[in-house]
Design a protein around this ligand. Structure first.
Ligand code: UD1
Length: 417
């Protein structure tokens, strides 16, 4: 099992290019299921989750080809079996994103229930409720969601809570439905907007993506399109938080600063000097960060996917911070590992109180989920001496070329077999 060895305690200095967004690439790959014509994608990151999604789509008969660089073409001329098996869904919850497109295109789908995961229960009731409202017959048998219908019908769907993949699933389903669908209380995440842009290029009629009310007028069929996946705002935020915690000066190119308001605001509050020019973000940090309070919320609030990285930053900050996790019920597992490095954190329900300490000390720690691992990497960059992070397959799911990029920023990092 791969481990990452970090020798910390030194500032970062260098430039890296931001990759395409995992959370935009995955739903956009699923959009290929909606059309018999090819979808040509650019800026697709090379990640484990992207490989898993390719495998899942290929198994249904989609022709998936990777270019030399970040290109990918997908063609779902015909779909053999609209089935997403447990073996693949359990390794990646985002597999649920095939459901809406499959029902819309094939009139039926069988998708394994994702089940629980390390960060909480994560049910899919809102996805199912929306499909039922659009006329699908949905049942859950032997751990599988079965959905079928002649043709989906447009409906007004009020989501009980804000769900990102739920919004994306129903938006995709609605593109081929008969009539108009309105999604109320929709997720406003930039990745939802990126998917809508790609769907529109394929011929879909979508209005209001990026607001909490999305209107989709169904069409009979969608065509092919080319689309470049948006930059990864979580990867961007992770490197920025790393430099704010470890100190130094870094430059990120190919970024989308507009998608990072909440993160950049908190980094400035922590004392970082940040300049944005076009798609470039420069961050400079001298001395220890100031403690910043965090409350996670749906976009444009502070992203839950950035919470662990900011907890790592707060462990070495001047002052005490309060971190409240309001999206997932069990997303503080990194706190215990951070304590192994000398952090002072106490947890009460969904709130963590972090008392900043002068320094962390390297130790062996265990990655528990993707973003928790990113928090441990930041702590390892700050900690004096050697930190070994076990189970880094979590990081490979979501960070392209992690060691290469950290090395380009001047970090001392090595993968151990
Ligand atoms: C997506 C992101 C993930 C991010 C999360 C929140 C992808 C592939 N993943 O996950 O990185 O952490 O958004 O920003 O884009 N919920 C229900 N019923 C549902 C659906 C969700 O109760 O039918 C709950 C969840 O348990 C959670 C909250 O709603 O408490 C938000 O979850 P959701 O936005 O759906 O997360 P994902 O789309 O799975």
């Amino acid at each position: 099992m791969n481990r990452l060895l970090l020798t910390g305690g030194r500032p970062l200095d260098g430039t890296v290019h931001v990759s395409g967004a995992k959370n935009a690439a995955l739903p956009i790959m699923c959009a290929a299921l909606l059309s018999a014509k090819p979808l040509l994608l650019g800026n697709v990151p090379r990640l484990m989750d992207v490989a898993t999604m390719s495998k899942l789509l290929a198994q249904m008969g989609v022709l998936v080809e990777r270019g030399d660089e970040s290109g990918m073409s997908l063609c779902a001329e015909s779909i053999g079996d609209p089935i997403a098996p447990y073996e693949l869904v359990r390794t990646m919850r985002a597999s649920i994103l095939v459901l809406g497109a499959l029902v819309a295109r094939c009139g039926r789908a069988k998708v394994s229930l994702p089940g629980g995961c390390a960060i909480g229960q994560r049910p899919v009731d809102q996805h199912l409720k929306g499909l039922v409202a659009m006329g699908a017959r949905v049942s859950v048998e032997h751990g599988y969601i079965h959905a079928e219908t002649e043709r989906l019908k447009g409906a007004r769907i009020v989501m009980d809570l804000v769900t990102v993949t739920g919004t994306e699933n129903l938006m995709m389903a609605a593109t081929l439905a008969e009539g108009t669908t309105v999604l109320e209380n929709a997720a406003r995440e930039p990745e939802v907007v990126d998917l809508a842009i790609c769907l529109a290029a394929m011929g879909a009629r979508i209005d209001g993506a990026g607001t909490d009310r999305i209107r989709i007028d169904g069409v009979a069929r969608l065509g092919g399109a080319s689309h470049a996946v948006m930059p990864d705002r979580i990867e961007t935020g992770t490197y920025l938080a790393a430099a704010a915690a470890a100190g130094g000066r870094i430059k990120l190119t190919g970024a989308a600063p507009d998608s990072l308001d909440a993160t950049l605001g908190k980094l400035r509050e922590a004392g970082a000097r940040i300049d944005c020019a076009g798609d470039t973000i420069t961050l400079e940090m001298e001395g220890r960060p100031k403690a910043v309070d965090i409350r996670t919320a749906p976009y444009p609030g502070f992203a839950t996917d950035m919470q662990a990285q900011f907890m790592a930053l707060d462990t070495v900050a001047i002052g005490t911070s309060v971190i409240t996790e309001s999206i997932f019920e069990n997303r503080f597992m990194h706190a215990l590992e951070l304590q192994r490095l000398g952090a002072d954190i106490s947890i009460q329900g969904n709130t963590a109180v972090v008392r900043g300490v002068d320094r962390l000390q390297g130790a062996a720690v265990m990655a528990t989920d993707l973003r928790a691992s990113a928090g441990l990497v930041i702590a390892g960059l700050v900690a004096e001496g050697e930190t070994v992070i076990d189970r880094i397959y979590h990081l490979d799911r979501g960070y392209e070329a992690l060691e290469k990029k950290l090395t380009a920023l001047g970090a001392k990092v090595r993968r151990l077999a």
